[in-house]
Design a protein. Sequence first.
Length: 270
Amino acid sequence: MLFSYGFTCPPDRYPCPSIRPWLEVEPEILKKIDDEVSAVVNQVLAWLGSRPVGSTAKLFEVEEVGLLTYPELDHYGDNRPRAAYWGGLPDPKTGETFHWPEGEGPRCFVYLRRSTPHLNTLLEAVVQSGARTVMFFPDVNDALALKMADAGVKVYRSPLNLEQATQEADVAIGYAGLQTTTAFLLAGKPMLLLPGHLEQYMLAKRVQDMGAGILVHPELANPDIGKMLQELLNHAGYRASAEAFAAKYRPFQQGTVLSNLVRRIESLVS
């Protein structure tokens, strides 16, 4: 294999380290998991008439790791050998334009779903924050949409123009989806992040570690989201860190990511 878009196991580390790098997991347990996955993979390969794999981990022994992200946002930090970072995919520039609520307060853009952890606490914090809020909430029910509208929050079910949102908002709230998170950071805007699964949590942790946002842990019983949001709005350090990230990658031409990537793959296979 020449190219990979997943976590790459260092060749001198078998079995691969845990997908949760902060946990100390015994190598015997990791090997048992790898053996079980490999057995299922080999059953499928046998059904297809293909050769078995010795280990699922060895599928990731590659010439080069190509990642559509930035080093600061890599889930595994500097634990990835031979990694080439190509930046994020360009914004498709779709979605409808929108208008912010009238007033003088800071502008907060929110993108969430009903499955977002701590949803009710978050909505209460947004209302109490005093921020002029636009919310993209695709699966909101009518009653909740009406309640938020009565509180002065503009709620949309249809996708909104992300470029407008990143340029006009002062802060953003989301569940740590990669494209949305990257877009706001490239615009120098800090984020409050409420991840719902492991991959989102790892991205949110990276954003928090570089000082450009605040992570709301999904397993906290009663997080003080109102306090976290006020901290994000009132402490300039978060914005400064996000702006430093944006300045670092401002010269990067997102529009050339795919063409550059294709040329690199061609050079590897030629």
